[in-house]
Write a protein that binds this ligand. Structure first.
Ligand code: ADP
Ligand code: MG
Length: 264
């Protein structure tokens, strides 16, 4: 009788130059991952942490726009890459290497190789935390990260609607199966407050909190629809950086405090 092979152990390589590495993910696109990744990073910076931001969305990079970064990263040896620096954050994105309007027509193996370059060849230096802005879904990029990179925690972002929550459940299971700790869930676009003072729950109510409870995960908080947050994303300066006392920045601050605490 043949013996059962031992369960596959993934060899997870840490990103060098940082103490902690945290993913901001969601199984769905357009729910606010990139906006939250960047604003959360600067909220953590306000708490005294040295931050790095890695945009892992190879097909739809957002970091060049979110931080208005136009230059190309340099290399001293043609092998490693020096990350760009903005507002004290070290930054890396596939979008720094290609033209803004060039579509990325890459197959899986090329994406995997790009992720390996960004996690192994970027000279992150002296960082407390790197926040990774993930693409949507559970595809090649996600699998490469959860199986091959040492990740200290994942944050899952969702809107409260049923359609998005289905994907959240898939995302939770992917992290659980690969042994990545889920730090908690964020409910984005939870409501819109009109000029009339009324709260409009456009995407439904409390779905993310309920899902967190169902899977025994932390619920990290609500972020309402905010024109200021959207405008700051388009202007290239995150709200938590430009207006740390804004009510939305304060919500990010309390989420950042919980993330920081989870590593103490
Ligand atoms: N809480 C919010 N209030 C207003 N606009 C938001 C909010 N969160 C995200 N957005 C906007 O929604 C769009 C999608 O957000 P993005 O961060 O790019 O999502 P993802 O990375 O999940 O695809 C962007 O135009 C962004 O500015
Ligand atoms: Mg994005």
């Amino acid at each position: 009788m043949s013996q059962k092979p031992p369960p596959k152990q993934f060899i997870k390589t840490p990103i060098m130059g940082t103490k902690y590495t945290v993913l901001v993910s969601s199984a769905k696109g357009g729910v606010g991952k990139s906006t939250i990744a960047v604003n959360l990073a600067f909220a953590l910076q306000k708490l005294g942490l040295k931050i790095g931001i890695l945009d892992a969305d190879v097909y739809g990079p957002s970091l060049p726009k979110l931080l208005n970064l136009k230059e190309k990263p340099k290399s001293e040896d043609n092998k490693s890459i020096i990350p760009l620096e903005k507002f004290g954050a070290q930054c890396m994105s596939m979008g720094f290497l290609i033209d803004e309007q060039t579509p990325m027509m890459w197959r899986g193996p090329m994406v995997i190789s790009a992720i390996k370059t960004m996690t192994q060849k970027v000279l992150w230096k002296d960082r407390d935390i790197i926040i990774i802005d993930m693409p949507p879904g559970t595809g090649d990029t996600q699998l490469t990260f959860v199986q091959e990179v040492k990740i200290d925690g994942a944050i899952i972002v969702s809107t409260p609607q049923e359609l998005a929550l289905l994907d959240v459940k898939r995302g939770i299971q992917m992290f659980e199966k690969t042994g990545v700790k889920i730090l908690g869930l964020i409910d984005n676009m939870s409501m819109f407050k009109g000029d009339d003072g009324k709260k409009y729950k456009i995407f439904g109510e409390s779905g993310v909190k309920k899902t967190a409870k169902e899977f025994n995960k932390e619920f990290l908080g609500y972020l309402p629809l905010s024109e200021d947050l959207r405008a700051s994303a388009d202007n290239g300066e995150p709200l938590t950086k430009s207006k740390p006392d804004h009510e939305i920045s304060k919500l990010f601050k309390s989420i950042a405090e919980r993330i920081k605490q989870s590593f103490q």
